[in-house]
Design a protein. Structure first.
Length: 138
C-alpha cells in the first residue's frame, strides 16, 4: 500500500490513485512486490532536519529515502521537499508535476535497489526515471 502524508507544507496532492497505480506498475516491472510505502511531502526546512538528524548531512535535497525492504517486498519512507521540487522544475525547464513524478519514481528506484552514487549509476537511474515517466498516465 502507498500512503501519502504532509509535513510542514500546504501542498495538496490530488493524483493519489493514478500515482499509486503507476508506482505499483513500476515496482511490478522490476519484478518486485509492493509492501508499505509512505510518501511524505514536506518543506525544505523539514527535510533539512531529517538530513541532519539521520544522515549527518547539512544541506538541502529534493528526496531522502529510508529503505525497509525485505527481499522482493518493497517498503520504505520517501521524504520529498516540495520547495526543492519547485526550484528544480524551474531550473531544469520542467513542469512541477513532471519533476515531482521524477522524484517519486527516483525514491521508488532507490527502494528497489538502484543507486546514484557514481556517474554510471546516475545514468542508469536517469534512464529508469525516463522509462517510467513515459508510462505515467497523467
Amino acid at each position: 500500500m502507498i500512503n501519502y502524508f504532509f509535513e510542514d507544507t500546504n501542498f495538496k496532492f490530488n493524483k493519489r490513485r493514478a500515482t499509486s497505480k503507476w508506482l505499483k506498475s513500476a515496482i511490478a516491472l522490476e519484478n518486485k512486490k509492493l509492501g508499505d510505502i509512505s510518501i511524505i511531502y514536506c518543506s525544505d526546512d523539514y527535510l533539512l532536519e531529517i538530513n541532519k538528524q539521520y544522515l549527518s548531512h547539512d544541506y538541502y535535497t529534493d528526496v531522502i529515502t529510508f529503505n525497509y525492504c525485505e527481499g522482493d517486498l518493497i517498503s520504505g519512507d520517501i521524504f520529498i521537499s516540495v520547495d526543492t521540487i519547485k526550484a528544480n522544475a524551474e531550473e531544469y525547464g520542467a513542469s512541477f508535476d513532471n519533476e515531482l513524478c521524477r522524484v517519486m519514481v527516483h525514491g521508488i528506484l532507490h527502494l528497489i535497489g538502484y543507486d546514484d552514487d557514481c556517474e554510471s549509476n546516475q545514468l542508469i537511474m536517469r534512464q529508469k526515471e525516463d522509462f517510467y515517466l513515459e508510462r505515467y498516465d497523467k
